[in-house]
Design a protein around this ligand. Structure first.
Ligand SMILES: [Zn+2]
Length: 75
């Protein structure tokens, strides 16, 4: 995906978290795993934590430090 803010390529990845560990973003189609947690890589600093588990496909632009999430809102 092209970043709508700066026009550079945003990297596809997966946001994940479960309330016990930090929310992370990992490039590709797989969520961050135990080894990413050990190394501390992929931590998303802007996320607020709840008790519910989640994953979400999200594109990350490292040039302007923005994430783009394609989503809908249930009425
Ligand atoms: Zn950008």
């Amino acid at each position: 995906m092209v970043c709508p803010f700066c026009g550079k390529e945003a990297q596809k990845g997966v946001l994940s978290g479960d309330g016990r560990c930090r929310v992370r973003w990992k490039a590709g189609d797989r969520k961050a795993d135990f080894w990413d947690a050990l190394s501390g890589s992929g931590q998303v600093t802007a996320v607020q934590y709840t008790l519910s588990t989640f994953t979400a496909e999200a594109y990350f632009c490292s040039a302007c430090r923005k994430m783009i999430i394609e989503t809908d809102v249930e009425a």
